[in-house]
Design a protein around this ligand. Sequence first.
Ligand code: ZN
Ligand code: CU
Length: 531
Amino acid sequence: MFDLKIEGAEVIDGTGRPGSRADVGIRDDKIVAIGDLHREPAGRNLHASGKVVAPGFIDMHSHSDWRLWENRRAESKVRQGVTTEVVGNCGFSPAPVSSEFLEDLRGFALHVPAGMDFSWRSVGDYLRAFDASGTALNVIQLIGHGTLRVAAMGFARRAPTAAELGRMQRLLADGIEDGAWGLSTGLIYAPGSYAATDEVVTLAATASRHRGFYASHIRGEGATLLDAVREAIHIGREGDLPVQISHVKAAGRPNWGKVADVLALIDAARAEGLDVMADVYPYTASSTTIRTLLPDWALEGGIDAMLKRLADPEDRARIRRDIEAPAGGQSLLDRIGWENVMIASSARRKDAEGKRISEIAAERGMDPLDASLELIIDEGGKGYMILFQLDERDLRRALTHPAVMIGSDGSALAPYGELAAGKPHPRSYGTFPRVLGEYAREQRVLTLSQAIHKMTQLPARRLGLKDRGVVAVGSRADLVVFDSRKVADRATYQAPHQYPLGIEHVLVNGTFVIKDGHHTGSLPGRLLTPP
Ligand code: ZN
Ligand code: CU
């Protein structure tokens, strides 16, 4: 007797093999039978002929740790079929926290929802506080290097002392023992960008001793892309741990085509026996904070110090010079131009949302650089922008590479209330259906089974998750039932808050979170701890 039987669907099991027609029997939170089960009784039957049943999707690169506090239903993620998210990426996580540098952490945080009161200090306390209220999907937490650095030394722009480095190592080690999965860096974001390679190697080695892995937003994705990939691989080699290169891309027209070189570096590292992999999202625009435009010295000392510099004529002139002609790099203008930068969210300048900086500047009779600096001031450094700066061919190369999986780089949003603010990058709503619809069915860049593999078994293996990522007897019942003819993303840059089409049912740990396209309100997700 099953609790639930999914009947007559095409099972695409996550391994990359083509699908076959079978029934799936579920008892409690597990898959207990697969095959012709028409004689077997079940408490509930779900007729799914003509549909695909696949393992729940694993979002390898997410920032939902901030949003899930106010969005326990994880709306924009579960509607895509996501059943597990890896959060704490790009060097940002809400813990650990030190009392000494709490205000610096508030400045570093980009969105602090209600309920996120930083009453915790350790990662363990944080995870318990988060887990107390439940979520619709499973969560895997990483520890951000930026957060660690803020806890140990605030926004100091120098190497850590031995004591500070020791403190970061202890916080990281304790955090992994308390349930986090490893270390993430954001080496373009202050204060993570203030770290030399050795500091990251030391922390990576600590993570390795506790069996954690390393996810990196690398030190450059434009002119310095290949050196940045080499640095990440070096950290994996020296630190002796698996490396995940986050949201692989080559930013800016002069750098288009370089994703092929990145993939060659990954292949060479793998041939050497190193465990190096990457993730990608299926869009040709990226998104980050507007303050990322600033040279990293401008953030020394934190957000208040940054705002003071922007108000000081001499500092501001120096900031302008460094943006226009950065030392040893390409300026934003060399890379894409202001007409390719769109303001995504700006709580205090709603009129700017959805507009290009060139347009905003023309309206205000300012030059575009000044218009950007004014926006950073208005927002206290918390606004987001979207940069149309990637190459479709690079994206296709990444999507088809065997060591590349899917990660949204987005957050769990929803088309209502606070969660619907601004025009955030559509990846938060569309990533997984877009890979299945646009890139597998329409463009045939990869087969449906390959696409599913990159969102299921491949990330599950990377994480060492033995009981998820495949439809197999004994696996947890994280499942998606979708219509492969209809599945499609609907979120656009101008109207991002739209759920995709074709995702009909989603089960997390054997419980329906999406049933007939509607959220059930159930919160069966778990905080997953490392094996
Ligand atoms: Zn990133
Ligand atoms: Cu990220």
